[in-house]
Design a protein. Structure first.
Lengths: 138, 138, 138
């Protein structure tokens, strides 16, 4: 059994945004007890990660790491039509995930205690991102 | 319902090669309306990415980024039997994807407008790479 | 058809540990001929990779690369309660994989000749990690 649904997720610009609750709502709506949940983001300048969900400093440190490793305005790039954060957003997306697959157990995402699912907006400006959630069960 | 097929993809050496059309051909052949497509590359020195598909500079900038971050001939490595691009190819593969899963909708890969699927050859010499495509539907 | 099982994997601390055999045991136990195997690690400071399995230097070089790129004790981070390897472990996890999906063919994981599946422990101390394996077949 496969059910698909589409989510729109708006954000105020660069940063990580917890979408765990939205995904669990899709699992509940599908009425599935066990299986797999797949979430796909239809963009190349925002991505998905599973990350520690207890201390917000983990995610700000992660942002700091990326800012240092994939700096905005890097003269290395030719693709900069949309600004200094344009090409870095594509690199950050390629280094993280465009989709995630998570087991479902007891009617919920079977995440570890400290795991949250985050949409990582890499562009500086606010964006509305589209995601497709596919739930598979017996 | 699960259908599997194998693809051979030849390339002239390091670079990114669009395989979106090959994958959509597998989806069409499976006669599937909605579901998931999974593509797996059977190698550890070539990998898969989803990337911006409009401006080729995005992919040459991505190559430039990797060339700087994971340089060939790095004295850090002991594994260099096959040349200066041997170990960097393994690192690049680990930092990107060995497989991708994409939703199928209306009989096609439900990619975003600017998303393409690329095989990233990390070795300098020409290679023929093997991929397995698995299509899941109800 | 979907079958799920849980694995505990203990390690002596930072390093890569081959779990291919454990996963093939799950495939055998499921009695599946063809399909997909999904493995998920329920942690954010250990991760999964598919890597060259012939020369152990590949994995020590990979460790050397990560040690240089994501160094322990980096003053960049605020999240360091659990020690100098705490935040680097989260970054390393985000740069690699929390889950992997591999085709099953002829009753076994359809890996390439040189592909092995590894649990990458990023913390220095010994840990026991929990994984969920989900097998899908027709």
């Amino acid at each position: 059994m496969i059910t698909q649904s589409r989510i729109k997720s708006s954000n105020p610009g660069r940063g990580t945004y917890d979408i765990t609750r939205d995904l669990n709502a899709c699992v509940s709506a599908a009425g599935v007890n066990s299986g797999l949940a797949h979430v796909f983001i239809h963009h190349t300048s925002a991505s998905l990660i599973i990350c520690e969900n207890a201390d917000p400093a983990v995610r700000s440190d992660l942002e700091a790491y990326m800012t240092r490793t994939v700096p905005d305005g890097d003269p290395l790039y030719r693709h900069s039509q949309e600004g200094p954060d344009d090409m870095p957003a594509h690199v950050r997306s390629v280094l993280t995930q465009t989709s995630l697959t998570v087991p479902i157990f007891d009617g919920r995402l079977a995440l570890g205690t400290w795991q949250g699912i985050y949409l990582w907006e890499h562009r500086l400006e606010p964006h509305t991102r589209t995601l497709t959630v596919t739930i598979q069960s017996e």
